[in-house]
Design a binder for this molecule. Structure first.
Ligand code: AVI
Length: 313
């Protein structure tokens, strides 16, 4: 049994305002549901970033201005769908580089490596499975050649402002002087567009959240009755925060046998599950600066929905 997960579940469900961390969404089942989310037309983030990396790969690499060879180190590579366009551009132009995808999911890294070796024969790929902080600190990634770190997909949005600064500082500490970071950030926009991306009419994001209760049932032999919980989320256009919740539809007790713990839920009591934070360009610059970086260029899609911002040490 994973002790950190157990500890955090007990802590979160015993708190006066209950919470569970969205980092636990991504077991194999949750990762599959997230793939479904990324395919929804309403979840514009994927298409926007795909457009940026498809149409502006040359401009991005020009701005990075690395001497060859160099590394492309992707933190949390997942299925590598968006990055493919960048890699394709580099291969087509016979640029000398190593691709180092890092992901916590072994399944995701295997699938990605398989797909890329077939689609981009000759690609020099050095996949790593594990926590990207641990791996970043290891010498293999920190070779003498420059590295472009990719932290895409608005993953930074799942951290609070303070958490995001800490994370950027940690990246900064583990980067060499000549390295750069390409940070994918979801931009504040019409609140209705954002609301629809998270409160989707197909109920996929609802399933994504409910899966966390099913995961707890699976791993801790729990008796969460998922029909007694619903999903709610709310976008606050002033703070740029989408906050997601599970809602207990009745007063109920839930027992987790492996932890020998019972938790009580009130009628309509909330469990806060996820923050998905949006920024404007000025806020990205302030965030980058607090993390120790300067912003080189913001690469935006044509609708200005998303930015891949190039952060320089
Ligand atoms: C992974 N992360 C950037 C997604 C997001 O948009 O916050 C996770 C997600 N949650 C609901 N839909 C997608």
């Amino acid at each position: 049994m994973d002790n950190t997960f157990a500890k955090e579940v007990i802590e979160g469900l015993s708190a006066r305002k209950k919470y569970l961390s969205s980092k636990y969404f991504y077991d194999d089942q949750g990762s599959r549901i997230f793939q479904e989310i990324m395919k929804m037309p309403e979840y514009y983030l994927t298409d926007s970033e795909f457009e940026i990396l498809s149409l502006q790969a040359a401009k991005i690499m020009e701005a990075v201005n690395f001497k060859e060879p160099f590394n492309i180190v992707e933190l949390g590579a997942g299925d590598g769908f968006k990055t493919f366009k960048l890699l394709e551009y580099l291969m087509a132009n016979k640029i000398d580089f190593y691709y180092v995808p890092i992901d916590i999911s072994e399944e995701a890294i295997h699938l990605l490596t398989d797909k890329l070796t077939k689609k981009l024969p000759g690609l020099s790929i050095h996949p790593r499975v594990g926590d990207y902080f641990d791996i970043l600190r290891r010498e293999n990634v920190q070779t003498s050649i420059p590295s472009l770190l990719l932290f895409l997909g608005s993953n930074i949005g799942n951290y609070s402002r303070e958490g995001a600064v800490d994370l950027l500082q940690l990246f900064h500490e583990n980067m060499k002087a000549q390295d750069a970071l390409l940070l994918g950030v979801d931009i504040k926009k019409n609140p209705v567009t954002i609301h629809k991306a998270y409160y989707d009419s197909y109920g996929i994001t609802r399933r994504f959240n409910i899966n966390l209760l099913l995961r707890i049932n699976r791993e801790f032999d729990g008796d969460f009755k998922v029909d007694d919980f619903d999903f709610y989320c709310h976008y606050n256009p002033v703070t740029g925060e989408v906050r997601s919740y599970l809602v207990s539809l009745r007063k109920q007790l839930v027992y987790l046998r492996k932890l020998d713990k019972t938790f009580e839920f009130g009628y309509n009591e909330l469990i806060y599950t996820e923050l998905s934070k949006k920024y404007d360009l000025q806020e990205i610059e302030a965030l980058a600066s607090d993390g120790g970086f300067k912003v080189g260029t913001h690469f935006l899609d044509c609708k200005h929905y998303f930015s891949d911002s190039l952060l320089i040490k």
